[in-house]
Design a protein around this ligand. Structure first.
Ligand SMILES: [Zn+2]
Length: 448
């Protein structure tokens, strides 16, 4: 059954029709009946013949048929030889072939799943045919919603979902399994062994550090970069929390600083747990598992940062920068600059500066990072305008995992008008500007 369904690609399944299949069975019986009746034929003439084997008994005087040995009496001797009725034979053959053909054709297009036992359905989730897998999930969900699954079927289905989870690539079957497994996880229906397997199935995210860290700087690291753990379940996320740190086996505290250049082994003990996202709430789903992630850290004397101090570049940066301010928020947009920029953002108020935040702008992903907003930490009172200063801070770059170059300088925007309301929010860059910058970024390789 499994092998057949796996090979049949069915564009659309028709629902099972009892009338049709009963009609086909009646036609089949009729056809076969006609075929047999016509094939046996009708006796013609009055020549004596053996009723059993149709042997010509003309002139035979013995008590038994010389051909088949049957006893010859008045009832076993027939008059005449059988001749086939070709009309009924042809009609019977036609009906038989037609009933078998259309029955088989309709049978392949028919959705048999509503008639299947639930256990078979669960087994067939691994048939590998996306259309059928979708259909099976529909049928399983229908049964689950109408009568509910028995505990043993529920366990069988959880095991099937966990087996699907174990496969390296996501499949259609897994998409269906996600939702079911999510409900089982949040509903506490998984046994201890199943929860253990679930956690084991989730691949460990990588631990990443900056390629080279300057001696004495804090070592920037990240768990799970470029690894979307949220795709595993709808509404359930797999989160990690680093709890202990070791450098070459020695326990260290955050921030991790290494003063001697060299290569070190960084180990991070991290707790992983599934967290249910329920509106604004995050409900942890016990238990968590703890795993150790490790990677090498290279500590260098020198910065290994390419810094551009060209004042001419300042004009380019300025031309690509927009600043927008209301009484609550300051927004800065920088789009289409070829070098990464890292700024401390200040407001100049009367005779002193107020630090508003830090901003990092990267080329190559202008649409993503082009606009950043900052909450203004002071009351602006009745001011109509404010001065904004962007001052390069290379430590922001050093705290990233991957940025190795930066422009260094200062930009000053005098008398930025303070807009009355934060409601009248518009984008700093138009859709066309973002599009153009994206196209340009694709054509031009990113500056080192
Ligand atoms: Zn005979």
């Amino acid at each position: 059954m499994l092998a057949i369904t796996a090979q049949v690609v069915v564009p659309m399944l028709e629902s099972f029709s009892a009338t049709f299949f009963c009609g086909m069975v009646v036609l089949l019986l009729l056809g076969v009946g006609l075929l047999i009746w016509g094939w046996r034929g009708k006796r013609h003439g009055d020549r004596p013949t053996c009723r059993k084997c149709d042997y010509n008994l003309t002139g035979i005087t013995s008590e038994r048929c010389p051909e088949c040995g049957a006893a010859l009496t008045a009832t076993t001797i027939a008059g005449g030889k059988r001749r086939r009725r070709w009309g009924p034979v042809s009609l019977g053959a036609l009906l038989t072939v037609w009933a078998v053909w259309s029955g088989a054709d309709r049978g392949l297009k028919t959705d048999w799943y509503p008639l299947w036992p639930t256990g078979w359905l669960i087994d067939d989730l691994q048939c590998g045919n996306d259309v059928l897998v979708d259909r099976i999930w529909q049928e399983i969900q229908r049964r689950d919603n109408s009568d509910g699954l028995t505990t043993s079927h529920q366990q069988q289905l959880i095991d099937a979902c966990l087996a699907e989870h174990q496969r390296p690539t996501g499949s259609r079957a897994w998409l269906g399994a996600c939702e079911f497994l999510r409900d089982c996880v949040t509903g506490g229906k998984l046994t201890g062994a199943q929860i253990k397997l679930l956690y084991e199935n989730i691949p460990l995210p990588p631990l990443r550090v900056r390629q080279a860290v300057r001696a004495g700087d804090s070592v920037p690291f990240r768990i799970g970069d470029g690894f979307d753990m949220s795709t595993f379940f709808f509404g359930v996320r797999y989160e990690s929390r680093p709890v202990r740190f070791r450098i070459d086996g020695q326990s260290v505290e955050l921030p991790i600083r290494i003063t001697e250049p060299g290569t070190y082994l960084l180990e991070v003990d991290a707790q992983f747990r599934l967290v249910q996202l329920d509106g604004g709430n995050r409900l942890p789903l016990p238990p968590a598992r703890e795993q150790t992630l490790s990677t090498q850290v290279t500590v260098v004397e020198d910065d290994m940062l390419t810094v551009l101090r060209d004042p001419a570049f300042a004009r380019e940066v300025r031309d690509h920068t927009r600043v927008d301010c209301d009484s609550v928020q300051l927004r800065i947009g920088i789009l289409g600059v070829s070098m990464p920029l890292a700024f401390d953002v200040f407001l100049e108020l009367d005779d002193h500066e107020v630090h508003v935040g830090r901003a990092l702008f990267r080329p190559g992903q202008p649409f993503f990072n082009a606009e950043q907003s900052f909450r203004i930490p002071v009351r602006l009172g009745s001011r109509r305008a404010v001065t904004v200063i962007l001052r390069t801070n290379l430590d922001i770059v050093r705290a990233t995992l991957d940025v190795t170059s930066c422009w260094s300088g200062e930009l000053r925007f005098d008398d930025v008008p303070i807009e009355a309301s934060a409601d009248a929010r518009r984008r700093l860059f138009s859709h066309d500007e973002v599009q153009r910058a994206q196209d340009a970024a694709r054509k031009q390789p990113v500056a080192p």
